[in-house]
Design a protein around this ligand. Sequence first.
Ligand SMILES: *[C@@H]1O[C@H](CO)[C@@H](O)[C@H](O)[C@H]1NC(C)=O
Ligand SMILES: *[C@@H]1O[C@H](CO)[C@@H](O)[C@H](O)[C@H]1NC(C)=O
Ligand SMILES: *[C@@H]1O[C@H](CO)[C@@H](O)[C@H](O)[C@H]1NC(C)=O
Ligand SMILES: *[C@@H]1O[C@H](CO)[C@@H](O)[C@H](O)[C@H]1NC(C)=O
Ligand SMILES: *[C@@H]1O[C@H](CO)[C@@H](O)[C@H](O)[C@H]1NC(C)=O
Ligand SMILES: *[C@@H]1O[C@H](CO)[C@@H](O)[C@H](O)[C@H]1NC(C)=O
Ligand SMILES: *[C@@H]1O[C@H](CO)[C@@H](O)[C@H](O)[C@H]1NC(C)=O
Ligand SMILES: *[C@@H]1O[C@H](CO)[C@@H](O)[C@H](O)[C@H]1NC(C)=O
Ligand SMILES: *[C@@H]1O[C@H](CO)[C@@H](O)[C@H](O)[C@H]1NC(C)=O
Ligand SMILES: *[C@@H]1O[C@H](CO)[C@@H](O)[C@H](O)[C@H]1NC(C)=O
Ligand SMILES: *[C@@H]1O[C@H](CO)[C@@H](O)[C@H](O)[C@H]1NC(C)=O
Ligand SMILES: *[C@@H]1O[C@H](CO)[C@@H](O)[C@H](O)[C@H]1NC(C)=O
Length: 654
Amino acid sequence: MAKLSLLLLLELLIFFTPSLSCPEYQKQALLNFKASLINSTTTTTSSSEGQRVLLFESWNSSSDCCNWERVNCSSSLGSRTVIALYLNDLVDQLPREHTVLTSNILTPLFHIGSLTHLNMSKNKIQGQLPSDGFANLTELIYLDLRSNDFFGSIPSQLFQLRYLQYLDMSSNNFHDIPKEIGNMTELRHLEFLDLSKNHLEGMFPQWLAEMEVAFIILSDNNLTSSLPPFLFNSINLNILSLSRNNFYGQLPSNIGNATSLMSLILNDNNFSGKIPDSITNLRFTILDLSNNKFSGNSLPDFSSNMLPQVIDLSSNELSGEISTNFSILTRVLSLGKNKFSGIMSTNLNNMRILECLDIHDNKISGELPDFICQISTLRILNLRNNSFQGSIHDCISNLTSLQILDLSSNHLVGKIPAKFGNFTGMIRTSNEPISDVPATLTPFSFQAKINDLIFNWKKSTQGLSWKNLMICSLLDLSMNQLSGEIPTTLGSLKALKVFNVSHNNLYGRIPASLGDLLNVESLDLSYNNLSSSIPKSLEKLQQLTILDVSNNKLAGRIPRGSQMDTMNDPNFFANNSGLCGMQIRVLCPEDFPPTKVPPKPPKVESKERWFSWEGVGIGYAISFIITVGVLYLAKYFVPATPPNYRRQQRRRRI
Ligand SMILES: *[C@@H]1O[C@H](CO)[C@@H](O)[C@H](O)[C@H]1NC(C)=O
Ligand SMILES: *[C@@H]1O[C@H](CO)[C@@H](O)[C@H](O)[C@H]1NC(C)=O
Ligand SMILES: *[C@@H]1O[C@H](CO)[C@@H](O)[C@H](O)[C@H]1NC(C)=O
Ligand SMILES: *[C@@H]1O[C@H](CO)[C@@H](O)[C@H](O)[C@H]1NC(C)=O
Ligand SMILES: *[C@@H]1O[C@H](CO)[C@@H](O)[C@H](O)[C@H]1NC(C)=O
Ligand SMILES: *[C@@H]1O[C@H](CO)[C@@H](O)[C@H](O)[C@H]1NC(C)=O
Ligand SMILES: *[C@@H]1O[C@H](CO)[C@@H](O)[C@H](O)[C@H]1NC(C)=O
Ligand SMILES: *[C@@H]1O[C@H](CO)[C@@H](O)[C@H](O)[C@H]1NC(C)=O
Ligand SMILES: *[C@@H]1O[C@H](CO)[C@@H](O)[C@H](O)[C@H]1NC(C)=O
Ligand SMILES: *[C@@H]1O[C@H](CO)[C@@H](O)[C@H](O)[C@H]1NC(C)=O
Ligand SMILES: *[C@@H]1O[C@H](CO)[C@@H](O)[C@H](O)[C@H]1NC(C)=O
Ligand SMILES: *[C@@H]1O[C@H](CO)[C@@H](O)[C@H](O)[C@H]1NC(C)=O
């Protein structure tokens, strides 16, 4: 019995073995590829030799090439031919400094006409792409040449590969797309075309507009033209990404004919005119028209789109009231940096999943709309630099998910609601990514990049990427006319990184509870009427890099210890009523060494003295500063302190 089955096995082996190995000419072509790969790396060190052998170890002439790494063969009985080559990321595994791959390396592969999948991505291959070679690879379905250094024209032969579905040539240095493909093209199955991140010049190719390609990604090039209306008669067009080119003109009015379009990403171009009304026929998930010159004083009505969506119309010239309706499934609504004015007459209260409302840098007036309080999903509310007036209603504190609240540069009056201390989004950092915007919006391998949010972060304007949003929390109420005291409750916002209430009319003490803002990196209380001393509790702030309390009525010793010792920019303490401390190199009265100080005027210890320093005669001020200078030189100053520092300080004092 055992003998019989062994015999059978043997027979089977004999029968199948010859037809189960790859054709000799294909093996030879692959061995030639390996040889030229090895030839491309200069053999200097023995370690590089070792790496190379490791990489293509299995590629030896005595074995079947269908068993080699990175090689797939067809599995049809009778004939086994090479159909897939995964030759991506070779450079990473070769000794980089010795390796320069040129496009000649592809030559042997053009003999393998049976290839359907070829992945040559991320190899930094230099040179022009050989044109006639690809004409041989008539069976190709997937071709991935992204992240190389190919330059010149994209060979028109590629567009005659009739089975090609997926063509990724992004991140190279290609200069032109062949213009005269016309009806020469045999491509009938192309679904995915990514030519982004090249140096392509010229117009949007007419022939491409006439094809039914589902993914067209041409972002980050130098293309200049208006968009051919024909493009939007495609019923397959799914993603159109043309960011960062020089496209111009109006969007074709038939844009709504492209009913499969789910991502329309046209940011950073020079498009102008009205946003066509037919855009509302689209059921998109991303509409990014930011950084163009779109104008018009009414927006299309987006309410019929029932897909979760991101709408970014920021940085355009849109005007009039924001009165249109948006879909209740909007996640991100960015209308910032336009010319919107009037009151917010749209009603967003039924928004079920809105996480980001950003309308900064417009001229919107009126009171803060109450409907905002009902968008309980909001994590980002940015109304910076508008003309909102009236007081901040308590109900804003119902938005417990808020992580970023920016109401700065408006005309708001009244108190900071004590209930702001209840923003749970600012109390504990969330590990949830902001929306799963990028995740849900990445069909296939397409990654939509949503514009950074722009905030004032530590005295400068900064873009905050969506990736970082989940760890970032910010409260900016600066540049209003808010009055009253800073509520003690704000101390509970432990996740805050930026706290800015500067340029208001706040008075009273700085609450000691601000010392509980354990994550705060920037604390700006400047330009208010805050009095008394800086609470000692601020010593606890280990993350603090900016503390600005200038232009208040503060007095007394600046707390010392850990980060507080590094808060030594005198501008951030200027114009107060007698602050002192090593940070600003001003000695506090109790620090005067009894012997060196001129006889103190009576009652120097009393608080009153602090306030009257400025009124003291010039002679006293100078001698005081000089004493301080000498003392500090000995005690605190590092030798490298610029000598003109004391002069500066004296000037300010006098
Ligand atoms: C290796 O490179 C040299 C010179 O660059 C060339 O003459 C030779 O034909 C190459 N050999 C292979 C196998 O590609
Ligand atoms: C060739 O590779 C196979 C494994 O794929 C290995 O068994 C064989 O020993 C190798 N032959 C030589 C000559 O390196
Ligand atoms: C190649 O083989 C791998 C592993 O067996 C498989 O996952 C992959 O789908 C194959 N590729 C093709 C194009 O058949
Ligand atoms: C090619 O390889 C890269 C890895 O470098 C991979 O991300 C990509 O999906 C592959 N392309 C195709 C078409 O399979
Ligand atoms: C195309 O394939 C044929 C047959 O394998 C071969 O003779 C020819 O050299 C190939 N063309 C190129 C440009 O490699
Ligand atoms: C394209 O095809 C049409 C007929 O289908 C023909 O009339 C026209 O001349 C062709 N154009 C080019 C550039 O070949
Ligand atoms: C785009 O074209 C302009 C003028 O033709 C040129 O100055 C610029 O460098 C180009 N940019 C890129 C990224 O190729
Ligand atoms: C495209 O839309 C326009 C109206 O904007 C319509 O008149 C035309 O028939 C549509 N074309 C196709 C092919 O659907
Ligand atoms: C944008 O278009 C306007 C006309 O609409 C033109 O004047 C301007 O030069 C263009 N800007 C760029 C950068 O192409
Ligand atoms: C918004 O929707 C309401 C009804 O829900 C409707 O009365 C109003 O006209 C719509 N506004 C716009 C600008 O379409
Ligand atoms: C805010 O929450 C309070 C309860 O804390 C509730 O009474 C009030 O109706 C809410 N306001 C709004 C506008 O949702
Ligand atoms: C809000 O904070 C107050 C104290 O300021 C507290 O009494 C109240 O329970 C908090 N409300 C919620 C909903 O957390």
